[in-house]
Design a protein around this ligand. Structure first.
Ligand SMILES: CCCCCCCCCCCCCCCC(=O)SCCNC(=O)CCNC(=O)[C@H](O)C(C)(C)COP(=O)(O)OP(=O)(O)OC[C@H]1O[C@@H](n2cnc3c(N)ncnc32)[C@H](O)[C@@H]1OP(=O)(O)O
Length: 181
């Protein structure tokens, strides 16, 4: 994980957020349930990863792998029969990585209510070449005030991820030097 907090200058032309925004929809079945009879969190996470992967692939114009998933929040249970919509967009781009923001909405099969937000997550994808090595991505160009806010929030998360990683590595090195662990 490289130590870079801002989007670097890039020779690759930028792409607008809307060019790769994606919604993946799926009807939940009995195969998707946990022991409580509601939809398993892991099933939702797979849909989140798939939608975010499609966005990252579209934005970067080729394969991209999940580097991390954080702040996965499950806000309301999802039930069998619900039509789930997973909405994803690129929030931020670095040199070879992209933060993808995902919102999960459920349309209840037995209620005529608007889709309800049931989850959200932030994932970092790295675009990779044929050897699985990171490759540069086009900078994302936020188009709306909301896109711009998401871009700035993603920068904050990026700084926190890097700072946390540095702090943990430093702690481990200190403990190893003291002969602990
Ligand atoms: C053509 C159009 C198609 C469109 C239609 C496509 C449809 C298609 C749908 C498919 C949907 C399925 C999507 C499933 C996707 C998987 O399931 S992928 C499988 C799970 N993931 C993996 O196996 C990845 C395993 N990890 C790796 O290969 C390597 O660790 C990585 C992620 C490539 C990073 O490699 P590295 O040597 O550490 O490289 P490094 O330069 O340090 O990091 C590269 C970038 O990643 C960032 N990064 C690395 N690690 C982290 C981390 N832990 N946290 C945050 N950022 C990180 C770095 O900061 C750096 O960013 P930049 O500063 O360059 O922007």
């Amino acid at each position: 994980m490289t130590d870079q907090a801002t989007t670097p200058e890039s020779d690759i032309p930028g792409k607008p957020t809307s060019a790769s925004r994606t919604t993946l929809s799926h009807i939940m079945s009995h195969n998707d349930t946990n022991l409580l009879g509601t939809v398993h969190g892991g099933v939702i996470m797979k849909l989140v990863d798939d939608a975010a992967g499609a966005v990252a692939g579209r934005h970067s114009g080729g394969p991209a792998v999940t580097a991390s998933m954080d702040e996965m929040a499950f806000l309301e249970p999802v039930r069998v029969g619900d039509l789930v919509h997973v909405k994803a967009q690129v929030n931020w781009t670095g040199r070879t990585s992209m933060e993808v923001g995902v919102r999960v909405l459920a349309e209840r099969w037995n209620e005529s209510t608007p889709p309800q937000q049931v989850g959200s997550a932030y994932l970092v994808f790295a675009a990779v070449d044929a050897d699985g090595k990171p490759r540069p991505v086009p900078p994302v160009c936020p188009e709306t005030e909301r896109d711009e806010r998401r871009y700035q929030e993603a920068q904050i998360r990026r700084r926190h991820r890097l700072a946390r990683r540095r702090a943990i590595l430093a702690l481990r090195e200190r403990r190893a030097a003291e002969g602990l662990d």
